[in-house]
Design a protein around this ligand. Structure first.
Ligand SMILES: [Zn+2]
Length: 63
């Protein structure tokens, strides 16, 4: 039998807010327009979400 499990054990992603590296499987993620943002936990996710909301409010007058 051939085993094709040569991948690294855990894939790490960086938290969008505090830049801590967390396992992708444990990270919270949010799909944005052209990429996926990852977070180490709900605290960072909520902080980021609030930032997004602020930015959207500021850009409300876009053409
Ligand atoms: Zn974080």
């Amino acid at each position: 039998m051939i085993e094709s499990t040569k991948r690294p054990a855990v894939e790490l992603v960086k938290c969008e807010v505090c830049l801590k590296e967390v396992p992708k499987s444990a990270a919270k993620n949010a799909e944005v327009q052209d990429y996926v943002a990852y977070f180490c936990g709900l605290d960072c996710y909520e902080a980021w979400e609030e930032e997004q909301r602020k930015e959207k409010t500021q850009e409300a007058g876009e053409p």
